[in-house]
Design a protein around this ligand. Structure first.
Ligand SMILES: [Ca+2]
Ligand SMILES: [Ca+2]
Length: 517
């Protein structure tokens, strides 16, 4: 059973402005898999106008309304022309895929985002193109003819049979000794970034969309630019980020380097924030702690990871998330929804700029399954109204495994996961320190009790979590690491149980988190 979470009034009592005043990049983002989100044209495929129609759901312009998720940024999965449903293989970087709408629709979405102070970033896939991109057609033709004068002759990475390297995937062009690199699929040939013309092309694409009013990008597959050579890939991103920052100093970018911590952190030296993969998935540090394993593994990780980022890139941020479109939905990782709520507390009450994958806030399910299809990880949003959005082509997820509630139902139910996310996000935004502060791990004297001292602008904020299923107490006066700080106010409580602060003794109900000052 899920008990009502109690939400106390925040410590800041001054009336807050209607429009979120945040001007920096420490924002709570929402990932939209465009084709599965909302359909405005009744063809079953999500589109840009669908997002425009759903904007009040995402951010209604009033951070105090309590009727909106209140997200401050949107990442759109690729929207450019592409033969696939997922569009990670682009055939024209300068046109919106006709199924998703038009550039006019995109401009309208940009204007709406600006009005609501929501940053809009596009998924930019530059490592590879579609094999139906005109550049690739021209490259292939030039190679087959041996036409070295053709400007596209060197647009893609290719080697001779003798030059092939292990661990890299190639495909041969029939009739000539030319193997083009294609680590994702033969349909996705990889561009040659040693060619200055290719670098110019990818810079022009970014410039075009920045001119249109886009706030930045989510960069796909950053480590594949020079696959197997991290130094060269880092050099590329350093160059690219410097060029982009010269055009738009406050640009918001995040890189996808799906790898271990050391490799992820190397891209921070290029001035590029990257997704924090260790926080994600069923066995990630957030989900594991939420399921009851030692909380100090989580708190210690958050502290050390933030320090490592700041060492590599003083303006860097952690970019936490639980899942994305390439992973099984996180709701399936937990036996009870209370664990799911705890995982949300852990990652949304941590530093930087976190990402919520659309549908996560209603507990949407979907996993690859034995059919091994990623389409199952990108199922249609369950609006519960007349939206005709359909699951993507190739999905096989059994209907009887899906949740039985919808957005419409969860909005009306004050104890729903959706309303829980709304409250949790509003708590995150009430304290600028949560996103921007410096985190120090604290132990609560029990394997499931602990949290952080968060220092920001000379003040200390306390965040504490009880991940167990019982009530736990501890004395803040005896908490190692809190020397010099006395917390006297219990500001916000979110979780399954309640909480109290009596003198210096803090008591947290089961699976509950608090903010104290
Ligand atoms: Ca549509
Ligand atoms: Ca590459």
């Amino acid at each position: 059973m899920i008990l009502a979470s109690s939400l106390l009034t925040g410590c800041e009592k001054e009336p807050q402005p209607q429009v979120d005043p945040v001007a920096d990049n420490y924002r709570t983002f929402y990932q939209i898999f465009v084709g599965s989100f909302s359909d405005s044209s009744n063809d079953g495929i999500g589109d840009i106008r669908g997002i425009i129609n759903r904007f009040d759901y995402l951010n209604d312009g009033d951070i105090n309304s309590g009727k909106s998720l209140g997200i401050q940024g949107i990442w759109l999965s690729p929207i450019f022309s592409s033969p696939s449903y997922h569009k990670y293989d682009v055939s024209d970087y300068y046109s919106v895929d006709w199924r998703f709408g038009t550039e006019e629709d995109l401009k309208e979405l940009i204007a709406l985002c600006k009005e609501r102070n929501v940053k809009l970033i596009l998924d930019l896939v530059i490592n590879h193109t579609s094999n139906s991109h005109p550049w690739f057609t021209a490259f292939k033709e030039a190679r087959m003819k041996g036409d070295t004068e053709n400007p596209y002759y060197d647009y893609y990475t290719c080697v001779t049979t003798a030059e092939k390297e292990g661990g890299v995937t190639y495909q041969k062009i029939a009739g000539v000794d030319c193997w083009f690199e294609c680590n994702f699929s033969g349909d996705m040939p990889e561009l040659n970034f040693d060619n200055p013309k290719v670098r110019e092309e990818v810079l022009d694409i970014a410039k075009y969309y920045l001119d249109l009013g886009i706030d930045g990008f989510r960069f796909d597959a950053v480590k594949y630019i020079y696959y197997g050579n991290t130094d060269k890939s880092v050099e590329f991103w350093k160059w690219y980020m410097e060029e982009l920052r010269a055009i738009k100093p406050d640009i918001y970018c995040v890189g996808e380097c799906w790898s271990g911590e050391t490799e992820i952190l190397s891209y921070y030296t290029a001035g590029l924030n990257c997704f924090n993969f260790a926080m994600s998935q069923a066995e990630g540090v957030a989900a594991k702690a939420a399921k009851g394993s030692s909380l100090s593994n989580f708190t210690g990780y958050v502290e050390s990871y933030q320090n490592k980022i700041l060492e590599k890139y003083p303006e860097g941020m952690a970019m936490s998330f639980l899942t994305n479109h390439d992973m099984d939905r996180i709701a399936g990782a937990f036996v009870t929804e209370n664990n799911m709520r705890m995982a949300a507390n852990l990652y949304l009450l941590s530093p930087g700029s976190p990402f919520i994958y659309d549908g996560e806030e209603i507990g949407l399910r979907g996993s690859r399954g034995s059919e091994s299809t990623d389409a199952n990880r990108r199922l249609a949003m369950l609006w519960g109204d007349d939206d005709l959005i359909r699951d993507p082509i190739g999905s096989t997820y059994p209907q009887n495994k899906q949740i039985t509630t919808t957005v419409a139902e969860q909005i009306e139910d004050e104890n729903s996961l959706y309303n829980y996310y709304c409250k949790l996000i509003s708590i995150r935004h009430r304290y600028p320190a949560i996103a921007r502060g410096h985190y120090k791990a604290l132990s609560g004297g029990h394997k499931n009790l602990g949290g952080f001292l968060v220092e920001y602008e000379g003040k200390g904020l306390g965040i504490f979590h009880n991940t167990s299923t019982e009530e736990l107490s501890f004395d803040l006066a005896e908490c190692k690491g809190l020397e010099g700080y006395t917390f006297t106010k219990l500001c916000d409580v979110i979780g399954v149980g309640t909480a109290k602060l009596e003198g210096t003794v803090l008591t947290l109900g089961p699976q509950t988190s608090v903010v104290v000052e």
